[in-house]
Write a protein that binds this ligand. Structure first.
Ligand code: B12
Length: 225
């Protein structure tokens, strides 16, 4: 089943992907495991694009297929959270010049499902908008998403601007994107990076827990297990 799903994404066969995804979810496959399989299919699409066997229209199609999977009932239910008590606030966006939003949306959905209040600035977000967003919403965590290589510079500019404006202290800056490395994260000056949204969520929950404990208040700590 796993390989069939990955192959259907690679072949950009939307009907087959949706059919197999529904079957897998009904058979009890973990929704986030299904997303990992779709992501693997997207990686193959990316490789075919690099090798000039696929074109930009194929990347667009791959993006559309992923978004359809995210709309499946069982997937939406996974991102749904009835818990009114919020444990922290995230400001997230895809940095300037980059229009890829699927990874950001997955991270956002997982954070919402884990009781975070989320402000999503969208894609192609200029440095100034992140700075203004932090002033306006006072988030605990700032999430920068990007998959294109040059976003390392844009992310660095964003973190530099936050520091310059005195807005970085006591906030976590977390980066997400396939191209990121430990070296890139250090260069950018962020606190953490990942190419796996669920690892990012775990890190944020732990960070918030420690922040709450250090400050000695009970804000949402009970929900953090
Ligand atoms: C679909 C797609 C598109 C779609 C995007 C649709 C959309 N709405 O997002 C469209 C058609 C718009 C597109 C355009 C382009 N694309 Co494109 N695209 C892809 C593709 C196939 C899949 C991307 C994707 O959604 N992956 C699935 C998600 C789930 O993975 P992800 O983004 O990494 O996110 C995960 C983690 O990184 C993390 N995460 C993500 N964000 C965040 C944020 C935080 C805070 C945290 C904690 C975690 C986190 O969580 C996610 C889930 O685990 C990739 C191939 C690939 N290997 O990924 C190429 C790829 C990213 N694209 C590429 C290129 C070159 C382009 C174009 C420049 C092509 C062109 N010539 O025009 C344009 C750029 C447009 C622009 N300015 O942004 C290259 C990038 C190379 C590079 N590293 O610089 C890739 C790698 C293809 C390739 N192998 O060449 N693309």
């Amino acid at each position: 089943m796993e390989e069939l799903i990955i192959k259907a994404v690679e072949d950009l066969d939307e009907d087959k992907v949706i059919k197999l995804a529904n079957e897998a979810l009904n058979d009890g496959m973990e929704p986030f495991y299904l997303l990992d399989l779709i992501k693997e299919g997207m990686n193959r699409v990316g490789k075919l694009y690099e090798n000039k066997q696929y074109f930009i229209a194929d990347l667009i199609m791959a993006g559309l297929i992923f978004k359809e999977v995210l709309k499946l009932d069982k997937m939406i239910a996974q991102f749904h959270n009835n818990n009114a008590k919020k444990i922290g606030k995230l400001l997230v966006g895809t940095v300037k010049g980059d229009l890829h939003d699927i990874g950001k949306d997955i991270f956002r959905g997982m954070m919402e499902a884990n009781s975070f209040d989320v402000i999503d600035l969208g894609v192609d977000v200029p440095v100034e908008s992140f700075v203004q967003g932090v002033v306006k919403y006072d988030p605990d965590i700032i999430g920068l998403s990007g998959v294109l290589n040059f976003t390392i510079e844009t992310m660095k500019n964003t973190v530099d601007a936050l520091r310059k404006a005195g807005l970085k202290d006591n906030r976590l800056v977390i980066l997400g994107g396939n191209h990121l490395t430990k070296e890139a994260c250090e260069y950018i000056g962020a606190d953490f990076f990942t190419n796996d949204a669920s690892i990012g969520v775990k890190y944020c929950k732990q960070w918030i827990k420690e922040k709450c404990q250090t400050r000695g208040h009970e804000h949402g700590v009970a929900n953090l297990s």
